[in-house]
Design a protein around this ligand. Structure first.
Ligand code: ADP
Ligand code: MG
Length: 252
């Protein structure tokens, strides 16, 4: 197994509030990691750090062993190379809670926009986008605008868009928590399908059933630290820490 993502001592403060307190996490290629934790525990900050949307104060995130823009112990800042960050970010797809689709673009253009802006030929990018829309069950919606779609459909478009640059890793930040309950299943089904294809996925979600079924590792975060991590059976069925038990009692 090769390591897709290695997070070491991830530390981040906003003002005097420390949001990540030295998080270490390893994600093997082709596996699914589910991150759980109460609101405000630092889950989104961690995902954003992986994607370089957030710069850590200390520690690093390596993708396939490659380190860029690292702060060492907060004192010495290596050059943050914008080009390297963009190149690395292109290998990481990001799916947001609120879809973040471009409202003025059709579904097809939403999915093909990034490859086209990175120099792909329009015709080829569209053909590829059509294949991705078929994969998420929306082949018939390519000419629709986001507002004409349900939340579940919009999120499936967002997943197709995240796949358009053929990322090595896909990050999902509470992908179903803005959806009406009856629309959650169709989105989880698409994510399950990606897991089945051997993609490397990191999913922040409170869908415990999904975690039990799909996750290779489950990570429980509270107060900016990893309180507990392990297999779904360990963390979800046999949590060792009271904080994990309290959290699971609330979401189950
Ligand atoms: P989670 O995703 O687990 O709910 P977040 O990572 O979004 O948690 O936030 C962790 C903490 O950091 C929260 O207290 C939040 O208010 C704070 N925070 C997040 N982003 C910012 C920011 N850009 N500026 C200031 N505080 C922030
Ligand atoms: Mg969050």
């Amino acid at each position: 197994m090769s390591i897709a993502i290695e997070i070491h001592n991830a530390t981040k403060s906003y003002g005097d509030k420390t949001v990540l307190k030295g998080v270490d996490l390893t994600v093997e290629a082709g596996t699914v990691t589910v991150i759980l934790g109460p609101s405000g525990s630092g889950k989104s900050t961690l995902l954003r750090a992986i994607n370089h949307l957030e710069q850590l104060d200390e520690g690093y995130v390596a993708l396939n062993g490659e380190l860029i823009g690292v702060r060492v112990q907060g004192d010495r800042l290596k050059e943050r190379r914008e080009k390297d960050i963009l190149r690395q970010r292109a290998k990481i797809g990001f799916v947001f809670q609120n879809f973040n689709l471009f409202s003025h673009l059709t579904v097809l253009d939403n999915v093909s926009e990034a490859p086209v802006s990175q120099g792909a030929k329009l015709k080829e990018a569209r053909e590829h986008a059509r294949g991705l829309l078929t994969r998420v069950g929306l082949a018939d919606k390519e000419s629709a605008y986001p507002r004409q779609l349900s939340g579940g459909q919009q999120q499936r478009v967002a997943i197709a868009r995240a796949l358009a640059l053929e990322p090595e890793v896909i990050l999902f930040d509470e992908p179903t928590s803005a959806l009406d309950p009856e629309l959650v299943g169709e989105v989880l089904q698409v994510i399950r399908g990606l897991a089945g294809l051997g993609k490397t996925l990191i999913v922040v979600t409170h869908e415990i059933g999904f975690a039990r079924e799909v996750a290779d590792q489950v990570v429980f975060v509270d107060g900016g630290v990893i309180v507990e991590q392990g297999s779904p059976a360990d963390v979800l069925s046999n949590p060792r820490h009271q904080r994990t038990r309290d959290f699971l009692d609330k979401v189950l």
